[in-house]
Design a binder for this molecule. Structure first.
Ligand code: NAP
Ligand code: GLV
Length: 313
């Protein structure tokens, strides 16, 4: 079987070496512009449109991440980009859930115990005790109860804070109060103190972190955006921070990455910025999962993680 690999920022030789170990029978090659030779599978991240052209034999495109918004955006703008018979397959966890749990737990504890404010006090040389946030009303809301959001919501219950989760379809997660669909969105948001976003970026979720959403949260709420910059209306966050409706925000993802040097977030007090690192693609785990799925497909067995192109995730 022939497999193409493309990830502009990865060490392709290392990936191909490890892929060869898991799939010794495969004929692996790094895709280069102009390569139109046949292939059965493609393993890619943010591949150029040209990679997919004239590939009626491609059985699956493995996306080297959980989010497939970039690849679907190209398909939306130029329908027919994705080969007609190829399944689009996203990574399912592959070590990302644990990373998200660590990041989200850190953010919630930091705000609940007011460590962010103590950082500021220390810089100002001030010894001052702050009144702790009451745990019982420090409600955390997790937007998205998929592979990552479910694990985050479940873990946060161990902190003893009330945890809510929101998804499209109804879900049951131990210890988590769940809400589903547009009709329950406002009830989910009502009084939430920390809003953590783990939704996929689709036409339905774009701009969901906006002025209206912020107004439904508790006054002085915290925002933690771990999914995509396109979920956030930047201007609305700046205004909500100014008014105090949002007390602080931790942002890992942005409309433009790297975040441009002149973006006001860099200079906004109480915005914490990280460079899209909340959950990185881990080579070993990803290769093992992709290889298992390739083998299953070759045996004619079903696989998980197939993206519903209409739904957009
Ligand atoms: P997933 O398994 O596809 O879960 C998506 C969740 O969002 C599901 O619970 C889904 O509801 C819900 N959802 C989708 N559209 C919705 C809508 N319109 N209204 C309400 N709920 C909706 O995705 P995942 O693996 O958890 O990953 C989530 C996102 O995290 C990715 O798409 C990616 O953008 C982001 N991510 C970021 C990083 C990073 O480093 N910053 C790393 C990995 C992933 P149902 O359960 O009802 O389908
Ligand atoms: C990273 O952002 C991913 O979607 O895996």
């Amino acid at each position: 079987m022939k497999i193409l690999f493309y990830e502009q920022h990865a060490d392709a030789a290392l990936w191909m070496h490890d892929l060869a170990r898991e799939l010794p029978e495969a004929d692996l090659r790094e895709w280069q512009p102009g390569d139109t030779a046949p292939a059965d599978y493609a393993i890619v991240w943010r591949a150029p449109r040209e990679l997919f052209a004239n590939r009626p034999d491609l059985k699956a495109v493995f996306n080297l991440g959980a989010g497939v918004d970039a690849i679907l955006d190209v398909e939306r703008k130029e329908p027919g980009t994705l080969p007609p018979n190829a399944k689009l397959v996203r990574l399912e966890d592959t070590g990302m859930a644990q990373q998200m749990v660590e990041y989200a737990t850190h953010a919630v504890l930091r705000y609940m115990r007011r460590f962010d404010e103590y950082d500021t006090l220390q810089r100002e040389g001030r010894w001052e005790k702050l009144k702790a946030h009451p745990r019982a009303s420090f409600t955390v809301g997790v937007l998205g109860l998929g592979v990552l959001g479910t694990e985050v919501a479940r873990t946060l219950t161990a902190l003893g804070v009330p945890v809510r989760g929101y998804s499209r379809s109804e879900k049951q997660v131990d210890g988590v109060t769940t809400y589903a669909g547009d009709a329950q969105f406002d009830a989910f948001l009502d009084g939430v103190k920390v809003l953590i976003n783990l939704l996929p970026h689709t036409p339905n979720t774009e701009g969901v972190l906006n002025r209206r959403t912020f107004a439904k949260l508790a006054h002085g709420a915290y925002l933690v955006n771990l999914a995509r910059g396109a979920h956030l209306v930047d201007e609305d966050l700046l205004q909500a921070l100014e008014s105090g409706q949002i007390a602080a925000a931790t942002l890992d993802v942005f409309h433009t990455e790297p975040l441009p040097a002149d973006h006001p977030f860099w200079r906004t007090p109480r915005v914490t910025i990280t460079p899209h690192i909340s959950a990185e693609t881990l080579r070993e785990e990803s290769i093992v999962q992709i290889a298992q799925k390739v083998k299953a497909m070759e045996r004619g067995e079903p696989i998980g993680g197939i993206v519903d192109l209409k739904r957009g995730y």
